[in-house]
Design a protein around this ligand. Structure first.
Ligand code: FAD
Length: 411
C-alpha cells in the first residue's frame, strides 16, 4: 500500500507540495484539505480583479479535472482542527479522522482585525480570499468615500483599488512614509504623489480610535487625535494572524510562525510546514526568517514535497524572494529582505526612479527598486553568492558599475 500524504491548505505552498509528491511518488494517496470553497487560485491577481481589470476566471488556476486526472483527493470547505502527532492522525471539523504518514501544514494566515470599537461594521473589508475580493470589488464600485488603514503591501493594493474605482479616499498611516521599514521619505514620496494623483490622500502619523457606524454600516474612521474621516468603504490591512490552532500539543515549535529548518521540517516526525506560516532557517542570510510572497511559498512547498517523499533533508530551501507592485506608471520591486537590514544606502536617480539597499554584517541582503528594476536579478545574485563588504561601496548604487564584476570578484 502507498504512503498517505496529507496537505492542509490549498494555497500555492500546499498545491506545489501536492504536485511534487504526485510526481515523485505516483502510487501514494494524496489528500488536500482546504477551508475555502475553491481550489487554488492566484492570490496575486486578486487586486487586478478587484480593480475591475480582470474577470474572475482569469484568477483561477486549478479546476476539478486537474485533481481527478492526477487522482489527488481535494476536500473543499474542510477545516483541519487538530493534528495528533503521536498517532499520526488529523481531525476534520466535519467529524472524522484521517491517518497520515507525512503531513504538510500550509495554512497561511488570516487578516487581523483592528481591535477598536465597531471594527465589525458592514463596509469594513479585509483582503485575502476570493470571497473578500468579490465583496471589495462590488462595494468599491458604488462607494462614495474610502479609507485604507495599514501602510504595507496589502494596504497599497486596497488604496490602488479605491483609486481605480474613483473612490475619493484617505490612506491613513501610523508613520510618515508608506512601508516605512523599507522605504525612506524620499522613496516614499514617489508613491505618495502617485496616490494623490489617484485621489487617494495619504494621512500620516495617525492611530485609529474607532469606527463610527450607523445601522451597522461604517460611516467614518476616527483617529486618536479626534480627526474624523468620512468613509463608507474601509479597507484594513494591518497584518496576519497565522492559522496555527491545529498544531497545538503536537510538539511543533511556534514563534509567530511554525519553526522549521531549511528543509521545511518541523522536527516532529512526519510534520512539515511551508509558505507564509513557516519561520524557516534561511541558509543564505544565516538567520531564522519568514516571508510572505507567492514565489517563496511555492518554492517552500516544492522543497517540503521533495523531503516528505525522499527523506527530511533531501532538498534545502535556498531562495531570494521578490515582490512586485504594478499599480503605478513605474514598477516597484522589493527583493530579498529589505526590512531586516542594519545599514541602508539609497539614491534617487530621477523623479520616479529610486533605489534603497539593505545590508547586514557587510553583506547585501535586500532592497527596493522604484522605476528601473532591471538590476534586480544582479542584486539577487550578489545576495545568493554572499558577496562580503559590499556595504562599503556606494558604487553598488552606481548604474554605470557592472554588478556582475562584484559577483566575479567574490568568486
Ligand atoms: C491580495 C493579495 C495580494 C498579494 N500580492 C502579492 C504579490 O503581488 N506578490 C507576491 O509575491 N505575493 C503576494 N501576495 C502574497 C502571496 O499571495 C502569499 O504569500 C501566498 O499566497 C501564500 O501562500 P500560502 O500557500 O502560504 O498561504 P495561503 O495562500 O494563505 O493558503 C493557505 C490556505 O490554507 C487554508 N487553511 C487555513 N487553515 C486551515 C485549516 N485549519 N484547515 C484547512 N485549510 C486551512 C486557508 O483557507 C488558505 O486557503 C498577495 C496576497 C494577497 C492576499
Amino acid at each position: 500500500m502507498g504512503k498517505v500524504y496529507c496537505i492542509v491548505g490549498n494555497g500555492v505552498a500546499g498545491d506545489a507540495a501536492a504536485s511534487v509528491i504526485k510526481e515523485r511518488d505516483p502510487e501514494s494517496e494524496i489528500i488536500v484539505f482546504t477551508e475555502e470553497g475553491k481550489a487554488l487560485y492566484n492570490r496575486i491577481l486578486l487586486k487586478e480583479f478587484a480593480k475591475g481589470k480582470l474577470n474572475q476566471n482569469s484568477v483561477d488556476i486549478r479546476d476539478e479535472d486537474w485533481y481527478l486526472n492526477r487522482e489527488i483527493d481535494i476536500r473543499l470547505n474542510t477545516q483541519i482542527t487538530r493534528i495528533d502527532s503521536e498517532n499520526k492522525i488529523i481531525e476534520v471539523n466535519k467529524g472524522g479522522h484521517q491517518k497520515y504518514d507525512q503531513v504538510l501544514v500550509a495554512t497561511g494566515g488570516t487578516p487581523r482585525e483592528l481591535n477598536v470599537p465597531n471594527s465589525g461594521a458592514e463596509g469594513i473589508h479585509h483582503f485575502w480570499t476570493m470571497r473578500d475580493t468579490i465583496g471589495i470589488r462590488n462595494h468599491a464600485e458604488t462607494a462614495s468615500f474610502g479609507a485604507v488603514i495599514g501602510a504595507g503591501l496589502l494596504g497599497i493594493d486596497l488604496a490602488a483599488i479605491c483609486g481605480a474605482h474613483g473612490v475619493e479616499s484617505k490612506y491613513i498611516m501610523r508613520g510618515d512614509v508608506w512601508w516605512r521599514n523599507a522605504l525612506s521619505k524620499v522613496g516614499g514620496e514617489i508613491v505618495h504623489k502617485s496616490l494623490r494623483d489617484r485621489n487617494v490622500l495619504p494621512v500620516f502619523n495617525k492611530e485609529i480610535e474607532c469606527f463610527e457606524e450607523r445601522r451597522g454600516k461604517v460611516q467614518a474612521v476616527v483617529t486618536t487625535d479626534g480627526e474624523r474621516h468620512e468613509a463608507d468603504f474601509v479597507g484594513v490591512a494591518v497584518g496576519l494572524d497565522y492559522n496555527i490552532e491545529l498544531i497545538q500539543n503536537t510538539g511543533v515549535e511556534y514563534r509567530n510562525g511554525i519553526v522549521v529548518d531549511e528543509h521545511m521540517f518541523t522536527g516532529v516526525e512526519g510534520i512539515y510546514a511551508a509558505g507564509d506560516i513557516a519561520r524557516y532557517h534561511d541558509v543564505i542570510i544565516g538567520e531564522e526568517l519568514q516571508n510572505g510572497s507567492w514565489g517563496s511559498a511555492k518554492k517552500q512547498g516544492m522543497v517540503a514535497g521533495e523531503n516528505m517523499v525522499n527523506g527530511k533533508d533531501y532538498k534545502k530551501f535556498e531562495w531570494v524572494p521578490s515582490y512586485s507592485i504594478t499599480h503605478f506608471e513605474y514598477p516597484i520591486i522589493s527583493f530579498g529582505h529589505p526590512i531586516e537590514g542594519e545599514k541602508f544606502l539609497e539614491k534617487k536617480y530621477s523623479e520616479n526612479e529610486w533605489r534603497r539597499l539593505a545590508f547586514k554584517h557587510g553583506r547585501l541582503i535586500g532592497g527596493v527598486l522604484i522605476g528601473d528594476v532591471s538590476s534586480q536579478s544582479r542584486y539577487k545574485k550578489i545576495i545568493t553568492e554572499k558577496v562580503e563588504q559590499v556595504d562599503q561601496e556606494m558604487s553598488i548604487l552606481d548604474k554605470k558599475i557592472d554588478l556582475e564584476k562584484i559577483v566575479v570578484k567574490k568568486a
